[in-house]
Design a protein around this ligand. Structure first.
Ligand code: TPP
Ligand code: MG
Length: 293
């Protein structure tokens, strides 16, 4: 990917952060730290790596993206708004009664939402089943299972990891958001998952560990995972910074679920706009970001 393409993708990631903040403002609270931290990964998935037809989210030939950590829904909605799967105007309904955008991801509510995640530790097992089914059908689609580092504490995750290697699911790509945060505190104090690279490798997976806020590294890791020949399942471990892009949220304590005072939402949006005025101007003019998504 050349510098111009990378800058276009950076605009997508910027917009995902911006939309997530706008949705957070609607409810006054939410998993906003995660959305800001994970935006670079979601921009790469939805605007670079995945095969999609935004106008037909159930297209049989699509790549599947499973949001195992359903509480990250605000982040995924922002990516689906940017990818054109959901209309941007719908953002205003986030979390309201009768909205298609509930606060936790629900497959029956939202076009493009593959599973109802949120009961943590289920996504990888579902992904194994889907990837096996697609493999048996000789489909070229990939299954991306997205999960949080808290889910590394679930036994079902490791049972599924063993199954994926056993069935040689080279069409399964797992992404783990290593944000070093769980509801009860840092994983190192809850149940430590390190050395996570060595653990996945021991289960027979192809493993990459990258800085999940270095967009070029994220693109490269997705490309490596997609293009690697053979039947090894692939995992991309992404170290991310919660609140990335809004310094006063990056440093906030207990940021698993943030309540932000009303003026702070506007402040956070202003910080983003000031960081990339050219992106902000295009958004304010109602223009889509350049390039295909
Ligand atoms: C099986 C299960 N156990 C407990 C919970 C309650 N819960 C919701 S979010 C969360 C934190 C899990 O860690 P992680 O997803 O890494 O948190 P984050 O990075 O979003 O702060 C927990 C324990 C749940 N949703 N599912
Ligand atoms: Mg976490």
């Amino acid at each position: 990917m050349n510098a111009e393409e990378l800058n276009r993708l950076a605009e997508r990631a910027w917009r995902i952060r911006r939309y997530a903040l706008q949705m957070g403002e609607v409810q006054g609270q939410g998993y906003i730290g995660q959305a800001l931290g994970y935006a670079d990964v979601l921009a790469t998935a939805y605007c670079h790596a995945m095969r999609l037809r935004p106008e037909d989210p159930a297209w049989e030939g699509r790549d599947r993206f499973l949001l195992s950590h359903g509480h990250y829904a605000i982040a995924l909605y922002a990516a689906m708004l940017e990818a054109g799967i959901l209309p941007v105007e719908e953002l205003e309904t986030y979390g309201s009664d009768d909205s298609r955008l509930p606060m936790s991801g629900m497959a029956t509510y939202t076009p493009g939402m593959e599973i109802s995640g949120g009961s943590l530790g289920q996504g990888l097992a579902i992904g194994v089943g889907m990837a096996l089914g697609l493999k048996l059908k000789r489909s070229e689609s990939f299954v991306y299972n997205s999960m949080s580092d808290g889910e590394l504490n679930e036994g079902s995750t490791w049972e599924a990891a063993a199954g994926a290697a056993h069935h040689r699911l080279g069409n399964l790509i797992c992404i783990v958001d290593l944000n070093r945060q769980q509801a009860d505190g840092p994983p190192a104090q809850v149940t430590d998952y390190e050395p996570v690279h060595a653990k996945f490798a021991a289960f027979g997976w192809h493993v990459q560990r990258i800085d999940g806020n270095d967009l070029a590294a994220v693109v490269q890791a997705f490309d490596t995972a997609r293009l690697l020949p053979g039947g090894q399942p692939r995992v991309i471990l992404v170290d991310t910074l919660m609140g990335k892009g809004v310094p006063f949220l990056e440093t906030r304590d207990k940021n698993h679920f943030i309540r932000v005072d009303p003026p702070e939402w506007q402040q956070a949006i202003a910080v983003l706009d000031a960081a990339r005025p050219e992106f902000a101007a295009r958004l304010a003019a109602g223009q889509r970001a350049a390039g295909a998504c």
